[in-house]
Design a protein around this ligand. Structure first.
Ligand code: MSP
Length: 502
């Protein structure tokens, strides 16, 4: 059995979940489902990142004790994961005492291995990113943060515990050389590698001024830098998440998914701190793009924030999952809008796929009493290509291949014109109608299997309609596997018409 462990970033609880968070979770879920139904032993991890000054300030603004605030917002993220039908194996919270204890043990281990030293940090700090910046990386004049252009980075000077990141550069370069897929896509690999080559600064691993965090074990007046605490979730979750330690099976992590904003921390700091502790670094990272809405960053002030709960309420989780992975080229930046979502819902889900399913089942009902005739498939199978795309973590590419079969099946209906064949008594036409109906029903079945990781609920309804319920395994993805004699019934509309919310 192959093992596949994968993660999303753990999301900050300083504000409510939005579509960007749904995106990474959905993408990870597609991969998790695909691997599971291919027979792999999967561990899929997501959760919330709850410490740091940012969260403490948000709690204060909300007028709540900080832990209570975290409980509430974390619950919203858990609800989002459930609403998008995420099949994660564990939802970690960095305020779990089991996590906190292990974070302390890890930094103690670094200290025991002479991997932490005392120093003074003076620099410009963005408290929204919880990151120090070089003056040249900030927007001038005013030292504004590139990611939070309304916030000026503040001058911070304090005595901290430092991690000698600089000394790990040669080992990091070895890691990158040995594994050309350590970071994908390639452009991100090059970006991370040149950051290392360009020279690394040591990183302050503790904070004297942030009290909402995990105390440094030997100096409890300092807290552990929130990013160290957060990154360690990928390890600690395996140690306690399932009630037993599964690191022997699932470590090192096969794949971390994230957006480009946190590449440096995942591609450089994280492997270095693992190497320093004597742990194996992860096998790979995939960095996807960032999306905007209507050409602009989603923001409450612009009124272009798309609430994932609202999308799911009106169109369903499957439509949201489909749209995100179809519209935004995986690995690149994209743009999402309600209009775009509706266009794809009507054009591709309701028309292309929904009509194909309803026409097919209706014709089998009308011409063959709802029983799949014997025949052979005459369409070109695509499962090998879809499998290859998914193995390369090309989530939009795989979906595009699948849509090729949707379109081919729709063309096939028009070419064969089964309604004309059904009017003929000629035995050749009768046989041709059998072949046509078999090919179509079987193609619909294969499509449902191929689409299952993307749209699990719709796929299961389609499989039930074509008389092959529950057959989601990857070995069923090819064409020609539907048994003649299967009982077909017409499903209620899969993608009913809906009005755009005002
Ligand atoms: N807490 C840190 C991550 C710690 S991981 C050890 C963090 N949290 S976050 O809430 O800001 O989430 C960032 C992640 O959410 C991105 O890396 C990405 O996965 C997802 N996205 C948030 N907004 C997004 C878009 N607008 N577009 C695409 N993905 C987005 O960073």
């Amino acid at each position: 059995m192959t093992v596949f462990s994968l993660t999303t970033p753990i999301y900050y609880v300083n504000s409510d979940p939005h579509l960007g968070h749904a995106y990474t979770t959905v993408a990870a879920d597609v991969l998790a489902r695909h691997h599971r139904r291919s027979g792999d032993d999967v561990f899929f991890l997501t959760g919330t990142d709850e410490h740091g000054g940012n969260v403490a300030r948000a709690a204060e603004a909300a007028g709540l004790p900080v832990k209570e605030f975290c409980d509430r917002v974390s619950e919203r993220f858990r609800a989002l994961a459930a609403a998008v039908e995420s099949s994660h194996d564990f939802f970690i919270r960095t305020t779990d005492p089991e996590h906190e204890r292990r974070v302390q043990a890890f930094v103690q281990l670094l200290k025991d291995r002479d991997q932490l030293y005392e120093g003074t940090y003076a620099g410009l700090y963005c408290s929204s990113c919880e990151m120090f910046y070089a003056e040249s990386d900030l927007i001038q004049p005013g030292n504004f943060c590139p990611l939070h252009p309304t916030r000026a980075a503040e001058w911070v000077e304090e005595r901290n515990w430092f991690f000698p990141l600089r000394s790990w550069a040669p080992r990091l370069l070895e890691l990158y050389d040995a594994n050309p897929q350590f970071v994908r896509p390639r452009a991100r690999y090059n970006e991370a590698r040149s950051l290392i080559e360009g020279g690394l600064e040591d990183v302050s691993f503790s904070r004297a001024t942030v009290s909402w965090g995990v105390p440094v074990p030997w100096e409890p007046s300092q807290t552990i830098y929130v990013w160290v605490d957060a990154l360690l979730n990928y390890r600690t979750a395996l140690e306690y998440g399932l009630g037993r330690d599964v690191t022997a099976t699932f470590w090192p992590t096969n794949l971390h998914l994230m957006a480009k904003d946190i590449l440096r921390l995942h591609g450089i700091v994280w492997p270095a701190m693992l190497l320093a502790a004597g742990y194996e670094p992860p096998q790979g990272l995939f960095v996807h793009g960032y999306f905007s809405s209507g050409g602009q960053k989603m923001s409450k002030t612009l009124g272009n924030v798309i609430d994932p709960f609202e999308v799911i309420e009106s169109l369903g989780a499957d439509a949201l999952r489909f749209y995100l992975l179809r519209e935004v080229q995986w690995g690149q930046d994209g743009d999402v809008t309600w209009e775009g979502l509706h266009r794809r819902y009507e054009g591709e889900l309701a028309n292309d796929l929904g009509n194909l399913v309803s026409r097919t089942t209706a014709m089998v009902a009308r011409y063959r009493d709802g029983v799949v005739p014997a025949g052979r498939s005459v369409l070109e199978p695509i499962d090998v290509r879809v499998g290859e795309r998914l193995a390369e973590i090309d989530l939009t590419g795989a979906l595009e291949e699948i849509w090729g079969l949707v379109r081919a099946a729709n063309r096939f209906v028009e070419e064969r014109a089964p309604w004309a064949l059904a009017r003929s008594d000629d035995p050749a036409d009768v046989a041709r109608l059998d072949e046509t109906l078999y090919t179509l029903t079987d193609a619909v079945r294969s499509l449902a299997v191929l689409l299952w990781p993307y749209m699990p609920e719709s796929a299961e309804r389609i499989l039930e309609a074509v008389g092959d319920p529950g057959a989601i395994g990857w070995e069923r993805a090819g064409l020609g596997l539907l048994e003649a004699g299967a009982a077909v019934r017409q499903p209620p509309p899969l993608f009913p018409r809906v009005e755009l919310p005002a």
